[in-house]
Ligand binder design. Structure first.
Ligand SMILES: Cc1cc2nc3c(=O)[nH]c(=O)nc-3n(C[C@H](O)[C@H](O)[C@H](O)COP(=O)(O)OP(=O)(O)OC[C@H]3O[C@@H](n4cnc5c(N)ncnc54)[C@H](O)[C@@H]3O)c2cc1C
Length: 340
């Protein structure tokens, strides 16, 4: 690891002032479960590390206007265990409890989870977010792309957004608040994620000297949520495809639906097509399958990741069935499981 300066500010303003306006010179340290690995691998080589764990006011889960505000330093295990979250956003509690491992959830913060960098193996080997061959072709399309994007992959970005929690939060219409030199600003979490067009851009709508301070999830009344993840094995690894859904029913028919896929695109992928496929209908095998098919109607396989299209279809179908209270087979055991 390179030598670096380590600072522990006591206020958000102090922390913002210690951050460089240019990406790469300084890095924020929260739980460290992503950043420290990158520093040890020389993928990130900041001159200054700004520890934000002492910042006051970012550790709380509190009620606000019928919704819930979660400080960016709240750890994943606290979110999964919080009675408010378990009661009002059970699909979020379940999603968080399935991320990573107990040890990582004990350290990892929600702010760090949303800002974690992609797990793309080209990026993690120091080849950049948009890795290229010497003659300017994408290393991903030319090389091993079995875990890369099937949606939003027109280039130049082919990595997949790594957070399994962001899609569920977006399905619940969450907003995110950041603080920088100009003060705080709040945007929809969906808009927070973006596809970089050049190496100087990041995959978040965040300036190098801004800090995520909290997330707000509006009232969940009458929303039925579910998350379905397809993983290679039941272990602490990132899934191959996920679907998070939040639906509002009117009697037996869908009044509105938010369907967000993970691990399929450089950003959490909100599928309007899937939502339209079930609008005004009841959810059963047939309509859930139609929504799954609609969700991938614009998918495009690279040379080695065509299998992910099928996984994403199934993830959407099963998340919808679970949200509407219907049993689905467990992806690993084949056993019929209950609703989330
Ligand atoms: C083996 C393994 C399995 C995993 N499985 C999953 C999984 O299934 N699902 C999933 O979602 N994640 C998974 N993760 C990722 C894990 O959830 C993240 O590493 C963790 O949430 C990051 O949080 P942290 O507080 O440790 O962040 P840090 O490592 O401290 O920071 C991560 C990044 O975010 C930036 N950052 C941190 N906090 C803020 C802030 N408040 N404002 C602005 N920038 C900030 C940092 O500068 C850094 O670049 C896994 C990780 C490992 C190691």
């Amino acid at each position: 690891m390179n030598r670096f300066e380590y600072v522990s500010p006591d206020s958000v303003n102090q922390a913002v002032a210690l951050l460089s306006a240019t990406w790469g010179d300084s890095e924020i340290l929260a739980g460290g479960t992503d950043l420290l690995g990158r520093m040890k691998d020389y993928v990130s080589t900041p001159k200054r590390v700004v520890n934000i764990k002492n910042l006051p006011g970012l550790h709380a889960i509190s009620r606000e206007n019928g919704g819930v505000r979660i400080g960016s330093l709240v750890t994943l295990d606290r979110i999964a265990d919080a009675s408010d979250i378990r009661q009002n956003y059970p699909a979020l509690a379940q999603t968080v409890s399935e991320a990573a491992s107990p040890q990582i959830r004990n350290m990892a913060t929600i702010g760090g989870n949303l800002c974690q960098r992609p797990r793309c193996w080209y990026f993690r080997r120091g080849m950049g977010l948009l890795p290229k061959t010497p003659d300017g072709k994408s290393l991903v399309t030319e090389g091993d792309n079995r875990y890369h994007a099937i949606l939003g992959n027109d280039g130049p970005a082919y990595f997949v957004s790594p957070s399994t929690i962001a899609p569920m939060l977006i399905a619940y219409n969450a907003r995110i608040r950041v603080s920088g030199p100009a003060g705080p600003r709040e945007i929809g979490l969906e808009e927070f994620f973006k596809t970089p067009q050049s190496e100087s851009e990041r995959e978040h709508d965040l300036k190098a000297n801004e800090i995520v301070t909290d997330i707000f999830i509006p009232a969940s009344k009458e929303m039925r949520g579910a998350n379905y993840e397809v993983r290679q094995k039941e272990a602490f690894d990132w899934p191959l495809a996920t679907a998070s859904v939040a639906i509002q029913m009117s009697g037996n028919t869908v009044q509105s639906a938010r369907i967000v896929m993970g691990a399929v695109a450089p950003v959490p992928w909100v599928s309007q097509e899937a939502a339209e496929a079930i609008a005004g209908k009841s959810i059963d095998e047939q309509t859930a399958s139609a929504a799954g098919a609609a969700a991938v109607s614009k998918a495009r396989a690279l040379s080695q990741n065509g299998y992910k299209i099928r996984l994403a279809t199934v993830a959407v179908k099963r998340a919808l069935l679970i949200a509407s209270g219907q049993p689905v087979p467990d992806v690993h055991t084949g056993k019929i499981g209950g609703a989330a």
